[in-house]
Design a protein around this ligand. Sequence first.
Ligand code: PLP
Length: 401
Amino acid sequence: MTMLPNADGFFGEYGGQFLPAEVLPVVAELAEAYERYRDDDDFLADFKRLLKHFSGRPTPLYFCGNLTRQLGGARIYLKREDLNHLGAHKVNNTIGQILLAKRMGKTRIIAETGAGQHGVATAATAALMGMECTVYMGAEDIERQKLNVFRMEMMGAKVVPAMSGQRTLKEAVDEAIAAWVADAGESFYLLGSAVGPHPYPEMVRDFQSVIGREARKQILELEGRMPDYLVACVGGGSNAIGLFHPFLEDEGVRMQGVEPAGRGLTPGNHAATLSLGTPGVLHGFKSYVLQDDKGEPAPVYSISAGLDYPGVGPEHSYLKDIGRAEYVSASDAEAVHAFFTLSRSEGIIPALESSHALAQALKLAPTLGQDKIVIVNLSGRGDKDVAQIQRMLHEGTITDR
Ligand SMILES: *Cc1c(COP(=O)(O)O)cnc(C)c1O
């Protein structure tokens, strides 16, 4: 299980490289470079140094005493990825990929972004490394996420609107890939989640696995044993696989990925890909996909802009099929309830994405004994969501309980 993917980039039947002929050599160059540097001492030393001094790792594993008492069940710990520089786990991956880009001699970074979080992390690391940075973003998303667009521009990135289709994340990925292929000599495509063609799912997982490696060590120090459950939200699946992967061989550790059930599990109202999707191909890889009757990616929705993707990382599809991890969902209302519950009980405002994982922990913990341990990945902080929550409260579309 931990040795996957195979040489062709497959986790069981999922993953691979389903790409037009002109893209294959570009992806092959990347796969070769990653093979060359992934175990290189200098590369790993640079990665560790920036994780520590640029992003502030290791992040704490925090025991939620108040919330645990309130729920009366399992002991709840948070892996505090919200305390990373820029407020989320995304920077773990952008640091790793940009170091690889440098070693490949690339001068220009290309990235896609949905809500803008990955774009901001990419712009920051590109500024750090003195590299040119272009971020493709759906024209709709640019309207909705003006503050993140401004952040990227402040750090010297160019934000290019994707004008085709629904003008959101899917179109931004399409246009980023096209730009990459057109300038393959100089450009590096810095992908934001554990999705896309091989080697991205493996590479992003490896960079994000620092989350699980730290958590494993920290829980052993704090509790002297392995946790009973790991819980993480799943958009593309990078924070979840980063937490899960280092625990895959620990048989007693159960894993739950939490997808957005949005306004309800009816077409167009959610993005619960593993719960309701079917195997298909999207953006160059095979995985569970939410598809319409014609096999086109279906429209998706979530209150949290970082979770609304119609696909999911191929390793999660594999873990679902073999039963090593289970995938559940949490609705907008449940996520909002968890958002306020953590804010009030612990003085920590979670990202709306992470609130989906918390919502599942709120359901799970009371069903378990007080001797059980649950680790929730707090993938990001909620400051970016406060204005949206305030507006929705004002409009009466949500309540603060
Ligand atoms: C982007 C984002 C996610 C979703 O991405 P994954 O690849 O599924 O981890 C989750 N939480 C936060 C805070 C994010 O910014």
